[in-house]
Ligand binder design. Structure first.
Ligand SMILES: CC(C)(COP(=O)(O)OP(=O)(O)OC[C@H]1O[C@@H](n2cnc3c(N)ncnc32)[C@H](O)[C@@H]1OP(=O)(O)O)[C@@H](O)C(=O)NCCC(=O)NCCS
Length: 148
């Protein structure tokens, strides 16, 4: 079941984020996103959160800020399913494109985005914190206006 993220589960989601990233979001980061009106959603199966995402609107663009599948559930199609739902939501809401940043070292995520039609359109130098210094971000976009 795809649904809105609840305030009561932010600690759980932050704990999953901490297992998933070297530089995770805190519960406060997720709360700030909710309060800012970003679309914060989860995919729940049998009462458990399997995946979650945060998407921000910038005029007519959707910006995907976080997409995470619980580590033990990765590689089973949930990330792709979640991305499809997000793209459908964005399209239905009148957005014309989806933008995201991804670490060059994140092979799995890059593969997923490329397979779903995202194109690399830029590089943000030193965008991410890294164990030693900073890591660049690849800027990717999926545009659908005028395609159909
Ligand atoms: C990136 C992430 C969201 C993908 O979700 P997932 O459920 O693991 O991936 P899926 O099972 O839906 O697979 C989608 C595609 O990802 C790629 N992929 C998945 N697992 C992979 C692996 N172990 N090695 C290489 N590519 C892989 C493949 O291209 C796959 O497509 P295919 O099955 O047709 O080959 C998930 O792995 C995750 O949460 N990772 C940690 C957090 C993260 O990096 N988020 C993205 C930040 S930009």
């Amino acid at each position: 079941m795809f649904r809105a993220m609840r305030r009561s589960e932010l600690e759980t989601i932050a704990a999953i984020d901490a297992q998933s990233y070297e530089f995770p979001w805190t519960a406060g980061n997720f709360l700030d996103s909710m309060l800012a009106g970003y679309r914060c959603c989860v995919y729940e199966e049998q009462g458990l959160i399997v995946a979650y995402a945060v998407m921000m609107a910038v005029v007519d663009e959707a910006h995907l800020l976080n997409l995470t599948v619980v580590p033990v559930m990765q590689g089973n199609g949930y990330g792709r399913a979640m991305l499809h739902r997000l793209i459908d939501c964005a399209r239905d809401s009148g957005f014309v494109s989806m933008w995201l940043e991804v670490r060059p070292s994140n092979r799995v995520a890059r593969q997923l985005y490329l397979a779903e039609g995202f194109q690399q359109v830029g590089l943000r130098k030193g965008y991410y914190p890294a164990a030693h210094g900073r890591e660049d971000a690849l800027l990717m976009v999926l545009e659908w206006q005028g395609v159909e």
